[in-house]
Design a binder for this molecule. Structure first.
Ligand code: ADP
Ligand code: GN1
Ligand code: MG
Length: 378
């Protein structure tokens, strides 16, 4: 958490005042965990707490479509959570519109004079978001929560959602973007990374593992979260039980492998996403097994046999894809992911590739873990 300078706090307070909150903003801090949006926590004079986010419009080019998606999805989830006897005020995010204009119309986000898009939602209290899984038990619950999130959205009409980032988990298309970044070599960095480029090129064929199966109808499309990093789930501060899935910007139609894969690449890793000592980096099989069991359970046994069998390769492909994205951004001059030092994206890419290499070695063991779950199910 970073405190803001007086000028910055004033500017943030000014932006916040455009939203339909009656009490005045009095305290401000910034959370720099996410790689995409700018996130501020705002406290108000009556003790209220809110999250104010600047939507990264270089990444999300249609903030209106994005916010329509989010209002629709959170509204739907609120109904589902209430139906099942849960507490919707903690189980899903509640976004707040701008103050209504003279005609009573209220926008779902605020555009400042510089053209930046902002949104506000209620802060959920007494929670933590973890950067690494603290135990297999906690990670099994995380799996259950992400599985359940998808399950709750299974009746949602996906055709009403706009595609906030086209081809988000289309790995061959990510590979093509990488090749284009390599050819352009905008930042003049390509000559310094022959090993990483070679690592990616050798795995070109693997990239179409998921998309081929979707195209052949072997993997169904569901409504997926698509960014199931452990820190996109809030957990109860005391019990570490899951409370709320956040970061809903990429909720779109997708394969279950996207959510499974992204959660494993980050949460089952033995090290942080930007750990540079690669001897520490790999996939923890106990965490893999725990998450997989929880995830399948959260999905209420609704995964098809094909989906189940593809889970381990799905994790590998999404990890490879993320590495390719980090490396592509390094080549392009760090225009997408927030970095804290010049080599950050390269370090992240190397880290993801170390996980991929480790997964390649452990593929039989990961498949055996899934086999065991299938046996128990049948
Ligand atoms: P980004 O898209 O940049 O990742 P997120 O929406 O994930 O942005 O928010 C960044 C971080 O802010 C999260 O990882 C979490 O730690 C924290 N955060 C976001 N919303 C809340 C909330 N309602 N309550 C507590 N912490 C939150
Ligand atoms: C970004 O927004 P955040 O930090 O939760 C990215 C994900 C990547 C992830 C890698 C919209 O997630 O796709 O997997 O970084 N989100 C977007 O850490 O691109
Ligand atoms: Mg996030």
């Amino acid at each position: 958490m970073t405190e803001l300078t007086k000028d910055r706090a004033e500017a943030i307070g000014g932006i916040f005042s455009h939203f339909d909150v009656q009490s005045a903003p009095v305290s401000f801090s910034e959370n720099r965990t996410g790689h995409i949006n700018s996130t501020f926590f705002v406290g108000t004079s009556d003790g209220g707490k809110y999250v104010l986010q600047q939507i990264n419009t270089a990444v999300f080019k249609d903030p209106r479509g994005l916010m329509d998606n989010i209002f629709a999805v959170t509204g739907y989830l609120r109904g589902k959570i209430a139906e099942s006897g849960g507490d919707p005020s903690r189980g899903t995010l509640r976004f707040i519109k701008c103050r209504p204009d003279r005609d009573g119309n209220a926008d779902k986000f605020y555009t400042d004079p510089e053209g930046h898009a902002w949104r506000v939602y209620e802060f959920i209290d007494d929670v933590v978001s973890l950067q690494s899984a603290s135990s297999p038990e906690v990670f099994a619950d995380v799996g259950r929560a992400f599985g359940n999130f998808q399950m709750m959205l299974s009746g949602f009409d996906a055709s009403t959602l706009c595609e906030t980032i086209p081809n988000f988990h289309n790995t061959p298309s990510r590979y093509a973007d990488f090749e284009a970044a390599l050819a352009a070599d905008t930042a003049g960095r390509a000559s310094g990374i022959p090993l990483e480029i070679d690592f990616v090129k050798k795995r070109k064929d693997v990239c179409s593992f998921i998309t081929d199966r979707i195209a052949r109808g072997e993997l169904p499309l569901r409504v997926t979260h698509n960014d199931t990093k452990l820190n996109n789930l809030l957990l109860d501060k005391k019990t570490l039980k899951p409370v709320c899935v956040i970061d809903l910007d990429t909720v779109m139609p997708g394969s279950v492998l996207f959510d499974f894969g992204d959660a494993i690449r980050f949460g089952a890793s033995t090290a942080a996403e930007d750990e540079t000592d690669l001897s520490k980096v790999g996939t923890d099989l106990r965490l893999f097994r725990a998450f997989t069991e929880g995830f399948c359970d959260g999905l209420g046994g609704s995964l098809t046999e094909n989906e189940l069998r593809c889970l381990p390769m799905g994790a590998l492909v999404i990890t490879l894809e993320t590495g390719i994205r980090f490396l592509g951004d390094y080549l392009a001059g760090d225009v997408y992911f927030r970095i804290s030092h010049p080599e950050h994206n390269l370090e992240r890419a190397r880290n993801q590739f170390a996980i991929v290499a480790d997964m390649e070695k452990k593929m039989d063991l990961m498949n055996a873990a899934v086999d065991e779950i299938i046996r128990k199910k049948n």
